[in-house]
Design a protein. Structure first.
Lengths: 229, 229
DNA sequence: CAAATAGTGTCTATCAGACACTATCGA
DNA sequence: TCGATAGTGTCTGATAGACACTATTTG
């Protein structure tokens, strides 16, 4: 039996939610699009393997990203090579340029989630991606995780775009502003401003110490997806 | 490399939160207390193994319980036998008598969670239990999962006890009543009543179709635990 | 009747959502 | 000045929490 990690790496770019995908260089599914990932080595745990694969396949440094275990996929027939259990990870990144270094990262690219069709991904990666998306959407409600999509300092409008893009809704800018500024230790004002091409400059914030968002930013009742067990 | 499942099975009994533990019959940790679980067979997935082990080791039928994957534990040194990856599951059960059938279930017993000391559990099961408890506590806020701790029909006071015992807080009975009755499709009145030894009979309810609880039952801001990644 | 538990009503502070309005920039 | 974006104020309805009060049972 083998153990792999698969990575759902999400970012917001050009007001669309993107996932990092690679083109597979080996069989099975050679040439097909898949989530980045690979085998866990004998003396590392899956967390270490996720960090290593993220660096090798995408050039990203997981220590600077939000990276959490998603869940495991264990169906005996999920990999044609035989029994391969995969531990999936969810990573959230700001809109970083992909280093096209001398690694396998040259095969990695950001793809808009909405552009993916049903059979576009290898293995059971469509399911893993769906689970990752739902986890990310749910955690925006009750945690301060939205800041993981933002650069070290960001404006409230940028933060609002994260919510809008990840949830696929539009939010009232004025109510959103009031809400996030009032939430306990969600944002810390830096005292600096960003001067845009046009319009009034926006105050810059950085993420506060809170991990739990209180009060939560609830999606409207009607927008709640049906929970999967 | 081997794959196991470990089960965090929780129930509320005598106004205390209990976890189902077994006494290990084999090495390693023979005679020591541990979570129920066992090896995943070659042609089953971990969900099937969790159901099978639940039946074999505890006599419970997982199809009638809430059973969900919790997360996986992959540290190479977590099992002295070598590399053993464990997929942990969380199960929530009403206060059922444990069938002491001809299976290994004779080693299973309900133990109050609060009675467990730091080194009482084998392997990394203390950590798995802690993760399971936090998952259960969090899900009571935003889902209708509390009904999984209740028998098919139950009173609102019984449901409130679930929240109080799992969270370790006390809740205002009157506000709780108003809140759960008003939540969308959380509870369905059966039209019947339960006559107690003393006091006014209570209306009996069964779980409604909702899986998401809206509005959520938020733990007070100050009671939110620090999130773990 | 009293004791005990179930359930309703009411008040207040807070919050969400709608939306008018003001502020500050570049051109 | 205008256009554009940032940010504040204000109103209304819903909700949470505190808690007085009523309802229905047994003994």
């Amino acid at each position: 039996m083998s153990l792999t990690v698969d990575l759902v790496v999400l970012t917001v770019r050009d007001d669309r939610l993107h996932v990092l995908l690679i083109e597979r260089g080996k069989e099975p599914f050679r040439g097909k699009t898949a989530l980045p990932g690979g085998f866990v080595r004998s003396r590392e745990d899956s967390d270490a393997a996720a960090l290593r694969e993220l660096a090798e396949e995408t050039g990203l440094d997981g220590r600077t990203l939000h990276l959490e275990q998603l869940r495991s996929y264990t169906r005996p027939d999920r990999d044609p090579r035989g029994r391969v259990v995969s531990v999936a990870y969810l990573a959230l990144a700001p809109d970083l340029p992909l280093p096209v270094a001398g690694t396998d990262a040259r095969r990695a690219r950001w793809t808009p989630v909405a552009d993916l069709g049903p059979g576009d991904l290898a293995f059971d990666h469509a399911r893993i991606l769906a689970d990752g998306l739902e986890r990310a959407r749910a955690k925006l409600e009750y945690t301060t995780l939205a800041t993981a999509f933002c650069p070290p300092t960001f404006t409230i409008t940028e933060l609002r775009r994260v919510y809008e893009v990840v949830w696929g809704v539009s939010l009232d800018a004025r109510n959103f502003h009031r809400k996030v500024v009032n939430a306990d230790d969600f944002l810390v004002a830096t005292g600096t401003r960003r001067v845009p091409d046009v319009g009034r400059p926006a105050a810059l914030y950085r993420a506060g110490g809170a991990t739990v968002l209180y009060p939560p930013m609830l999606r409207a009742a009607a927008q709640h997806p049906v929970a999967r067990t």
